[in-house]
Design a protein around this ligand. Structure first.
Ligand SMILES: [Mg+2]
Length: 431
């Protein structure tokens, strides 16, 4: 079944809360008004930034670094640290493929900053490479698209995101063409439901504990803190959260690469006493010997790898057992690449906990299919707070209940995109 058309939709949904972490229903409503065309683009996106900006006035240690926030308009970056550039909005690139029989497939290339870049790569390179190909050659398409830029050194980053957005759209079309959920077309469902953990924000102990408690009230049995504070403060916050939610709730911590080897081992030894489930992104991800030392020094598992996109990047990590839990991001690996990584992880008895982060609704739906299909799956990342904003481009309801997603009989990824709504969020015309 030939692919006859590919479109890329770079979108930006303004919201003044961190989509991965904080609840702010007032702003969800503002963004919804925008979809309905009831209000012109007049959205205050400065609240979260202002919270971060305050840190600029009082530089403090983030692991090894001091923080200096630079405002770049749509984006901001902490120049003093090794952490990421962030958007003040939800940004991503939604991909649509059309087959000769009229079947439409939807995909997403995660683009937390500059979705236009990903969309341009799709239009200029991936579309001409992929048009005319048979959707049932999906793995061969991934391989050929990957290989076409390997000699030039584009074996990760935006280029891989672009080919993986198309890969997910092809898998959606395959499921629809066979009238079955994509996980069945990928080889079958290993479970009937997928456990989720909720990502929470905040920088003060009481604030983070409030969000943890709120998550538990929504049915979550697992919560993950995103902490970029000092060593001492991270420990203080973790203690408060454990105290508040009790011993029956699983708690994870993501420290966003903020530490060196020595200090994260120090942090881990304290967190072991609180019985946390994992420490995520402990340090510089390119320092594989350092990651091995961290893993060997601590009893608490290390979860890592949201930025690695292909099996080729994973070989040394698995061979050296550099960490305990692998975290492929499906909107960066594609379903094809994610399945390859999970299969190799299984050889090393390493569980897989897919990263979603700021990924949009197609990313969530594709990650659900991946989680259903993966035998060594552990738990999937989710944002209860961010879901409503992500879901604004859907034509019908798709949401988690009581901290889990259920296997549905809907074909493909199990969601339908409302193209009119999607176009309202485009940062420029679709390419
Ligand atoms: Mg992370």
């Amino acid at each position: 079944m030939k692919i006859v058309n590919i479109e890329a939709f770079p979108i930006r949904v303004k919201s003044d809360f961190d989509i991965g972490r904080k609840a702010d229903t007032k702003n969800i409503n503002t963004a919804m008004l925008e979809v309905k065309g009831l209000e012109k683009t007049k959205v205050n996106s400065t609240k979260k930034y202002n919270q971060v900006e305050k840190r600029n006035l009082e530089p403090k240690s983030l692991g090894n670094y001091e923080t200096y926030i630079k405002d770049m308009g749509e984006y901001y970056v902490d120049e003093g640290s090794a952490t990421s550039i962030y958007s003040k909005s939800h940004e991503t690139t939604v991909v649509k493929i059309e087959t000769e029989t009229g079947i439409i497939g939807w995909g997403e290339a995660q683009s937390p900053v500059s979705p236009n870049t990903t969309a341009t790569i799709i239009k200029d390179i991936v579309e001409p490479l992929t048009i005319g190909k048979d959707i049932y050659d999906v793995e061969s398409i991934w391989h050929n698209n990957y290989s076409s830029k390997r000699e030039r050194g584009h074996y990760t980053g935006f280029y891989i995101d672009a080919i993986c957005g198309v890969d997910i759209a092809i898998w959606d079309a395959i499921g629809k063409s066979l009238n079955m959920p994509t996980c069945k077309a990928m080889g079958g469902a290993h479970r009937k439901s997928v456990a989720l953990y909720n990502g929470i924000g905040g920088t003060e102990p009481e604030e983070v504990a409030d969000q943890a408690e709120w998550s538990v009230s929504k049915g979550y049995k697992f919560v993950k803190m995103h902490l970029k504070e000092s060593l001492e403060k991270d420990i203080e916050i973790a203690r408060k959260v454990r105290e508040r939610v009790g011993d029956s709730i699983g708690i994870m911590i993501d420290v966003h690469m903020g530490f060196d080897t020595f200090n994260v081992i120090k942090l881990g030894k304290e967190l072991e006493k609180l019985n946390l489930l994992w420490i995520e992104s402990p340090s510089d991800p390119t320092d594989i010997p350092g990651l091995c030392e961290i893993s060997r020094s601590l009893d608490i598992p290390i979860a890592n790898g949201e930025w690695t996109r292909t099996k080729y990047e994973m070989r040394e990590i698995f061979e050296k057992r550099a960490y305990d839990i692998s975290m492929p991001d499906i909107a960066r690996t594609g379903l094809t690449g994610g399945k390859q990584i999970a299969s190799i992880a299984q050889l090393y008895n390493i569980p897989v906990s897919p990263h979603v982060g700021g990924g949009g609704i197609v990313s969530v739906a594709a990650t659900l299919q991946f989680s259903l299909n993966t035998p060594n799956f552990l738990i999937m990342e989710h944002s209860e707070q961010g879901h409503a904003v992500k879901a604004m481009i859907l034509s019908e309801k798709f949401e988690a209940k009581n901290g889990e997603f259920k296997l549905s009989e809907k074909p493909g990824l199990g969601i339908e995109i409302d193209e009119d709504k999607l176009r309202k969020f485009q940062v420029s015309p679709s390419l």
